[in-house]
Structures are given as structure tokens and as C-alpha cells.
Design a protein around this ligand. Structure first.
Ligand code: UD1
Ligand code: CA
Length: 477
């Protein structure tokens, strides 16, 4: 018995009901394209080869698959969408001549690895030539109905559009997930397009397998697993289920989710034990949170890494790294390449881009940090701007350990602020500052004693005099 497993995923369809320029397999749900979900569910089965049948938007879909990070996946092109049976036939030249073939449709993102593993097990246990997954559907509209004889053996599948009124009442539906013996696929040439849609239906292989003396087995799964996504309403419904599963898995692993209804977690986001997720937290694809963190409320992190014990409040982060015990927000924006060291702080109305902030350094208020390397235990005063852009190019600034940058300092890059140095508040610093120095750049202050009182008297008694400060050229008394 050759048990080498191949995988075929059908993703060539028109996806008409999406009314979109984007091919249906690439529409995202819970942070990943539809097709990614199906391939991810199958990946642990280790099928080789894995072949995706592409058609509509073939180039785009093929290019995207390369970036999925789900191992080696080949594509086969179905130039004309003549039906699911025809689509599988397009993949056959990519398959070895024997073994088992798992066939999935690319629009069923709720399929689980456990169900696929069980289906392959059922196929092997029954010594079947074809095994299909079926579900009891509360509303079977649109699905193929499973036909059984009096003994309960599967005899065929009839599509919704081809079903008689009696068949429409059947609630057991075809999930569109099958295991075939590779040889059974040789019968695809005999499938005829004699149905309402004039298509070559993959389920029509079933009676041909039976006629050839093969065994057809079935396994059943929860209705959700079959849920095909044919339009954007179904895409949103699938998102609800995928997010709920992600939240349930996190809570089971020891994460506190204060309000699951307003917490949005993409698939494959990881969160450590004893972390608390506060309401209106969005953890998007590629994000990983350590243990004992507090995230939210009102926080959106995409592709971010947050280490243990950190707290992120009312913040937006994109491809940023937050070190252990660092404190972020409220109202902070971490842009790509922001790397916050252990115990550092990025506070209120602070934006950080392409910069490292060393251990224990603090940027507490109203600051833009762009393209900077800030050492350890640095204090950045309120209202500091790292002036990184001269209108044509970006430049970097380095701030040494233990430096103290005064409030409202403009640091005009390229620039090096030495270790242990200080800048005077309100300075525009354009030249490097040596270690331990004070850099101060501002006009000297002039105090004019009694000026306010004199102005008031003039304004009341004698309006021949100009009472504005600029008009008063009188030297200090
Ligand atoms: C299909 C099944 C139906 C099952 C349902 C489960 C058939 C004929 N019907 O119906 O029994 O209950 O799925 O969700 O198989 N595709 C191609 N090339 C084609 C046509 C389709 O690659 O020529 C792909 C589509 O991109 C899609 C998948 O096959 O990923 C299923 O096609 P779809 O048109 O969505 O089939 P359903 O009508 O949902
Ligand atoms: Ca479908």
C-alpha cells in the first residue's frame, strides 16, 4: 500500500460573488489570505507534492503563495474554469503515479488539521478509493447534498442547482474535502459536464469509483469546517469564527482576555501566560507578546514583538520591538524599525521610527524620534524632535549613554550627542556634542524692568506713543 500523500488545493475559480479586482484566494480574513488558511491546515500532514490549481489572477496568486511561508508549494494552471473535476485534472500531471491525494477547495478557511488527519485515517481504515468529508448543515443552501442508499452507503452527491425538491431537503452536505487513491483520479476523464452549470464536477467521480468496484467512505465533521467563503458576508462570518478560536486558544493557555467581544486576534499571533488583553486590542498578523504583559485598551499592533512584563496602552505599533518591562503610551506610535530596550519608556504623543532606544532610556512626552540610536539611561525632554529629513535624504542621530537632551531641542541629523552630555532647552543642535559637554544654542534673554507698567500708563494717558513691545526702543532703565 503506497501511502505517500499528495495535496491538491483548488483556487482557480472566478470568485464572481466577491465583485473584486483581487483574486478571491487572496482576500484576507483574520490577518491571512483565504488560501493561506487552507494550506496552513494541511501543512502539518506533510503532503508532498503540494499543488495549488490557479486560474483567475494566476500570476498574483502564484506570487503570493511564495510569501506564505508554508513550505514548498507548486502551482498548476487551469486556464479555463470548467469545474472542480477539470481543476483536479489540471493538477494530475504534477502528482506521482501512485499514493494518496488529499483534495481541498481553497475557500474553506475553517478546516482544521485535526479533521484532515481524521479523514486520512478514515480513508486508510476503510481501504477506500475515495473518502469524503460530510457535515450536517443547519442551512444546506448552496452545498452539494450527500445521497445514501438504504444501507447508509454513500451513492452520490447532487449539487444544489441540480437537486430535486426531495434531495434539497437533505441536510448532509459535501464539505469539499476528499482523499483519493491516486489511481481513482484516472477516472476524471470519464466525468461528463451533464448538469445545469455545464461543468465537470469533482463529486461526479464518486459513482465512477463505485462502478469501478472501489470503496467510497465518509467521515463527518462540524458544520463550521465546511463553511465555504463565496462572498464578503461569508468572509466576515469566517473571520468571527477564526478570531473566536484564537481567543479560546489563548485563554486556555493562560491569557486573560477582559472582553473577548472587543478583542481582535489574528491567527498565529502568540501571547504569553498571565498577559492581560484589555478591550479594543487588535493583535494583527506576525505579532508575538511575551508573558505578564498588559496590552490595551485601544491598542493595535501589527507584526510587533513585545517582551515579557511590558505594558502598551493606547498605542499603534507596526513592525516594532518592545523590550522586557518597557512602558509604551498612552498615545504612542511605534513605526517600523522601532526597537525599545529593556525597561525603556516611550510615553505620551511620542512617535518612534527606525530607531533603537537603549535600556532604561526615557522618551516621556511629545517627541519624534526618527532614525536615531539612543544609548542606555538617556533622558529625552518634552518636545524634542530628531530632525532626520533634509527634504531629500534621511540622516541618523546617535545619542550616547546617560545623555540628557533638554526639552524642545531640535537635533539636526547627521549628529552625534556624546555620552553624559546635555543640551540646553530650546536649542537647535547642528554640530556634534562631545562627551560630557553642555551644548546650548539660543539668543540671550533680555529683561526690561518696569516695562509692563510703563506700557499700561502710556496706553491709558497718552495714545501718541506706540505701546507695542517692538515699538518701544527705549533701553532698559
Ligand atoms: C463545491 C462543491 C459542493 C460542496 C461545496 C463545499 C462541486 C461541483 N461542488 O461547490 O458539492 O458542497 O463546494 O464548499 O465541486 N474551482 C477551480 N476551478 C473551477 C471551479 C472551481 O479551481 O473550474 C475552485 C474554486 O476556486 C473554489 C473551489 O474550487 O476554491 C470550489 O468551487 P466553488 O465554485 O466555490 O464550488 P461550490 O459551488 O461552493
Ligand atoms: Ca465554494
Amino acid at each position: 500500500m503506497d501511502r505517500r500523500l499528495s495535496l491538491v488545493v483548488l483556487a482557480a475559480g472566478e470568485g464572481k460573488r466577491f465583485r473584486s479586482e483581487v483574486p478571491k484566494p487572496l482576500h484576507a480574513v483574520a490577518g491571512r489570505p483565504l488560501l493561506w488558511h487552507v494550506l496552513a491546515a494541511a501543512a502539518p500532514l506533510g503532503a508532498d507534492p503540494a499543488v495549488v490549481v490557479v486560474g483567475r489572477g494566476a500570476d498574483q496568486v502564484t506570487a503570493a503563495i511564495g510569501g506564505f511561508g508554508l513550505g514548498q508549494v507548486r502551482t498548476a494552471v487551469q486556464a479555463e474554469q470548467l469545474g472542480t473535476g477539470h481543476a483536479v485534472a489540471c493538477a494530475v500531471p504534477e502528482l506521482p503515479p501512485s499514493g494518496e491525494v488529499l483534495v481541498l477547495y481553497g475557500d474553506t478557511p475553517l478546516l482544521t488539521t485535526a479533521t484532515l488527519t481524521a479523514l486520512v485515517g478514515a480513508h486508510r481504515a476503510a481501504g477506500a478509493a475515495m473518502t469524503l468529508l460530510t457535515c450536517q448543515a443547519a442551512d444546506p443552501t448552496g452545498y452539494g447534498r450527500v445521497l445514501r442508499d438504504d444501507a447508509g452507503a454513500v451513492t452520490g452527491i447532487v449539487e444544489h442547482g441540480d437537486a430535486s425538491p426531495g434531495q434539497l431537503a437533505i441536510t448532509e452536505v459535501n464539505a469539499g474535502v476528499y482523499v483519493f487513491d491516486r489511481q481513482a483520479l484516472d477516472l476524471l476523464g470519464k466525468v461528463q459536464p451533464d448538469n445545469r452549470q455545464g461543468e465537470y464536477y469533482l463529486p461526479d467521480l464518486l459513482p465512477l469509483v463505485l462502478a469501478g468496484g472501489g470503496t467510497v467512505a465518509s467521515a463527518s465533521a462540524d458544520e463550521l469546517e465546511a463553511q465555504g467563503v463565496n462572498d464578503r458576508a461569508q468572509l466576515a462570518e469566517a473571520g468571527v469564527v477564526l478570531r473566536r478560536r484564537a481567543l479560546e486558544a489563548l485563554m486556555a493557555d493562560g491569557v486573560t482576555v477582559v472582553d473577548p467581544a472587543t478583542t481582535y486576534i489574528d491567527v498565529d499571533v502568540t501571547v504569553g501566560r498571565d498577559t492581560t488583553l484589555l478591550p479594543l486590542t487588535f493583535l494583527e498578523a506576525g505579532t508575538s507578546i511575551g508573558q505578564g504583559c498588559t496590552i490595551g485598551p485601544n491598542t493595535r499592533l501589527t507584526g510587533c514583538t513585545v517582551a515579557e512584563g511590558a505594558s502598551v496602552t493606547q498605542a499603534v505599533g507596526v513592525r516594532a520591538t518592545v523590550g522586557p518591562r518597557a512602558v509604551v503610551g498612552p498615545f504612542a506610535y511605534l513605526r517600523p524599525g522601532a526597537e525599545l530596550g529593556p525597561g525603556s519608556k516611550v510615553g505620551t504623543y511620542v512617535e518612534v521610527k527606525g530607531s533603537t532606544i537603549g535600556a532604561g532610556s526615557k522618551v516621556p512626552h511629545l517627541t519624534y524620534v526618527g532614525d536615531a540610536d539612543i544609548g542606555e539611561h538617556v533622558n529625552i525632554g518634552a518636545g524634542v524632535i530628531f530632525v532626520n529629513y533634509d527634504g531629500s535624504a534621511k540622516h541618523r542621530t546617535t545619542v550616547g549613554d546617560n545623555a540628557f537632551v533638554g526639552s524642545d531641542t531640535m537635533l539636526v541629523a547627521p549628529l552625534t550627542i556624546g555620552a553624559g552630555s546635555q543640551t540646553g532647552a530650546g536649542s537647535t543642535i547642528t554640530q556634534d556634542v562631545p562627551d560630557g559637554a553642555l551644548a546650548i544654542e539660543r539668543a540671550e534673554q533680555r529683561n526690561i524692568p518696569g516695562w509692563v507698567e510703563r506700557r499700561r500708563r502710556r496706553a491709558e494717558g497718552d495714545d501718541r506713543h506706540d505701546a507695542t513691545p517692538g515699538g518701544d526702543r527705549e533701553a532698559p532703565a
